[in-house]
Write a protein that binds this ligand. Structure first.
Ligand SMILES: N[C@@H](CCC(=O)N[C@@H](CS)C(=O)NCC(=O)O)C(=O)O
Length: 211
């Protein structure tokens, strides 16, 4: 277990290189104290009565903040920003970019990461007998998503333009999942966006915190 500060309120159950990075990164960007609990990722532990008490379907991340327990990484990012951000990392609800902020935050998990994740799930379910056609199809879908992000990004620095936001945190971790499991090189536009994301001091601290 790693502590960032003595006074800890937020606890993030996590496993390295998984979606808990989104919640950790958001805390780091906002300078919100948190602690990480690395879990035993084996199905035996994840589906134990103890873990199922806090994680409804035995997955990470789980975020606890006082009496609140959450199990969706995107909801965690928005919750942390709304509760602790004091206006940072998001447009206000009446700002013209607010729908864009929501759109790409959701796209990152619901559409993009879900395609990359099918590859992981398929290999995990059929370790001896993974079907190459299934894997190829989900790689194709994930790459189609990547291209959509790239077209939207164009010359912009961040998804919303000049202002880094929670949508970039959501997308940044979608990109790390793509990198690990689709394993195709990024085209230059995407590579430079990813380089900007990974150069953020809060991202560097996030990676250090989980290791
Ligand atoms: N939509 C959820 C997905 C959570 C999820 O699939 N977590 C992965 C790790 S990144 C997991 O625990 N996988 C184990 C499994 O699928 O059984 C989120 O964004 O938090």
């Amino acid at each position: 277990m790693k502590s960032k500060e003595v006074l800890l309120l937020i606890k993030i159950y996590h496993f390295p290189n998984t979606r808990g990075l989104r919640a950790i990164w958001t805390c780091e960007e906002l300078n919100v104290p948190y602690k990480i609990q690395i879990i035993d990722f084996s199905p035996k532990y994840r589906f134990s009565p103890e873990f199922l008490q806090i994680s409804p379907i035995g997955k990470v991340p789980i975020l606890q903040d006082d009496s609140i327990t959450m199990s969706e990484s995107g909801a965690m990012v928005h919750y942390l920003i709304d509760k602790y951000g004091a206006g940072k990392l998001r447009p206000t609800i009446d700002h013209p970019l607010y729908p864009t902020y929501l759109e790409w935050s959701w796209f990152a998990e619901a559409t993009f990461t879900s395609s990359s994740s099918e590859i992981i799930r398929h290999k995990r379910a059929f370790p001896e007998d993974a079907n190459i056609e299934v894997i190829t199809e989900f790689k194709r879908r994930a790459t189609f998503c990547l291209e959509a992000v790239m077209r939207f990004l164009g010359e912009k620095k961040w998804l919303l333009g000049e202002d880094f936001s929670g949508a970039d945190i959501m997308m940044g971790i979608a990109l790390t999942t793509y990198m690990r499991h689709v394993a195709e090189p990024f085209p230059p536009v995407m590579q430079s966006y990813f380089d900007r994301l990974s150069a953020r001091p809060a991202f560097i601290r996030t990676k250090q915190a989980e290791s």
